[in-house]
Ligand binder design. Structure first.
Ligand code: ADP
Length: 311
């Protein structure tokens, strides 16, 4: 059985039902990817490496992981911290805004929990995924240890996957993010950036520009996402453009990139070629954006994926 581990933060998501009540769910980039991977590839063992608290909501979150068949063996329980929370508000024009309470979350402490025993188990994985958000939330003092862990994983043959997922507000400065991303790209075997991230951080506006930026890092596989535009892949010297079918009734683009990442990696793990994996990942992302929130309803997602497979 192939195994992938996603390191990062899952948060409590709150959305207003009406004036007085809120709908509560769970979301976070790596969690979203893990969910969609597992929904498409039940035979790929999928774990989240994170920290939660000892409160009721944390228990509910871990239960959610289990309901989505995500392996909780690397979900550590911090004795005093609690999960991060964010609130989605929609104004009268339909514009969404987000407020976060995550600066002191349990997940920021996750690296502290990766001891020799946990590392020994992690070394057996086929893939290890982390994002720019994972990097930003790890505390500064834990970064050195994080890079050491990654070094050991690479030496053991675990394939390292990175998506920059740049969120300016999580970083002290753009130069700090760039410095960390440089390290991440140098360590990665596979990178899955979006053009949007590069626009904001590096002023690079095209998929071609992203490919050029990534040249010095000698990635085995580079997949560049660009909203409804073609996905670009670069691997073993071959630069290919993959058309996708634009979705017309977009409801909410949250987690499009996350769904793409999860399904792409699952497909690669079971041995599918890059082109087929991109097509499947694009169908998954195109499905997710037709539903509100980060996690589309399970049955609707599975039905859409089976319908696409039959075509
Ligand atoms: P990120 O969240 O990483 O910035 P993108 O917005 O580039 O990701 O979108 C990720 C993937 O989602 C795209 O590569 C594409 O497959 C799919 N996608 C995004 N927007 C659309 C759209 N309007 N129509 C169809 N697919 C889309």
């Amino acid at each position: 059985m192939k195994t992938i581990c996603f390191l990062g933060e899952c948060m409590v998501e709150l959305r207003a039902n009406d004036e007085d009540t809120m709908h509560q769910s769970f979301a976070g980039d790596v969690y979203n990817s893990a969910v969609y991977l597992k929904r498409c590839f039940g035979d790929v063992s999928t774990a989240i490496i994170t920290a939660v608290g000892q409160d009721g909501l944390s228990d509910k979150m871990v239960n959610r992981f289990k309901c989505e068949n995500i392996d909780p063996q690397f979900v550590f329980k911090h004795p005093s911290k609690a999960p991060g929370i964010y609130l989605i508000e929609t104004d009268e024009k339909g514009e969404r805004s987000f407020t976060y309470w995550r600066s002191d979350s349990a997940a920021r402490k996750v690296v502290e929990f990766i001891d020799d025993k946990a590392l020994e188990r992690l070394l057996k994985a086929d893939m290890f995924f982390f994002s720019g958000i994972s990097l930003a939330v790890i505390e500064d003092i834990a970064r050195e240890k994080f890079w050491q862990v990654l070094e050991k994983l690479k030496l053991a043959g675990v394939r390292v996957v990175f998506d920059p997922n740049y969120r300016a507000r999580l970083w002290n400065s753009a130069s700090e993010a760039k410095e960390q991303f440089d390290k991440a790209f140098s360590m990665a075997n596979i990178a899955l950036p979006g053009v949007e991230d590069f626009k904001e951080l590096y002023g690079i506006n095209s998929a071609q520009g992203v490919v050029e930026f990534c040249q010095p890092f000698q990635l085995e596989e580079l997949i560049v996402k660009n909203g409804p535009e073609s996905v670009i892949s670069y691997s073993q010297g071959a630069l290919l453009s993959h058309d996708i079918v634009p979705v017309t009734n977009v409801v909410d683009t949250t987690s499009a990139g996350d769904a793409f990442n999860g399904v792409y990696l699952g497909s690669r793990l079971i041995g599918q070629p890059i082109s087929e994996s991109i097509q499947l990942a694009a169908i998954a992302a195109g499905t997710v954006i037709q539903h509100p929130g980060a996690i589309a309803p399970k049955q609707a997602f599975i039905d859409a994926m089976s319908a696409a497979n039959r075509q």
